[in-house]
Ligand binder design. Sequence first.
Ligand SMILES: [Mn+2]
Length: 278
Amino acid sequence: MVWQREVDLVVPLWQGGDDVRVAAGAGALARLVPTHAGRLHIAVSEGARTAREGVRNLDTVAETTRHMRERLARRSPGSVLTLGGDCASDIAAVQHLARRHPGLTVYWVDAHGDLNTPAESPSGLAHGMALRTLLGEGHPELTGPAGPALAPDQVVLAGVRDLDPSERAYIAANSVTALGPAEVSAEPAGIAAGRRAGSPAYVHLDIDVCDPPEMPAVSVPAPGGPGTAAVARALAAVAAHHRVVGVAVTEYAPVIEHDEDRIRALLDGLHLLDGASD
Ligand SMILES: [Mn+2]
């Protein structure tokens, strides 16, 4: 089954995590994933490397997000693949698709919650604020003019384990579904439990969700993750249960030595390698 989407966005944004190694991830993923759609390469400017209003490199992250938002508004695709870049690479894509598909479930498959705010973030890094931004509580230049893209009950965190205290508090206060590594490993297909079959879904795959010994090529490794095989099974379960309208793959730092077959297994779980020649 080929996952049909209307546009691919290649987004070498690294300023959200201030780690230039993930910029090359966008191009590396674009080489691995054959396209059946138009592929737009988003230009990311160098910009000033300064912190403003609690967010490092805010100018560049906001400019990239605004630029993507405009491109998506012009094309109005119903389905989008984003090849990042860091976890701030798909803010505009989720904002666009959440409005296009009411009731969208967003699977945030990530070792981290990305639920910080500019005021609470220990690092000031935008990639750790991406999901909270989508929930309407981020820097206004990133949340954008249209208000919250998502409500907390639309979000499923999967494989999450590295959370700051304020992120834990947000999850508890808002009853966000959060499945840890043990739950994903024990029952990968369980991550879509309780969600309506055939309903629209978005998958944000930060490959740091995988256990670092299996997948070391990431910006911010977090010990104790599920294996890549379990993650691939969970992704396949989401793809089988839902109508997937968007996928992002983020935080891949291909310069770090790793087994490319593990990346392929993850992409294959999402049907992104179908039609590849080898
Ligand atoms: Mn992340």
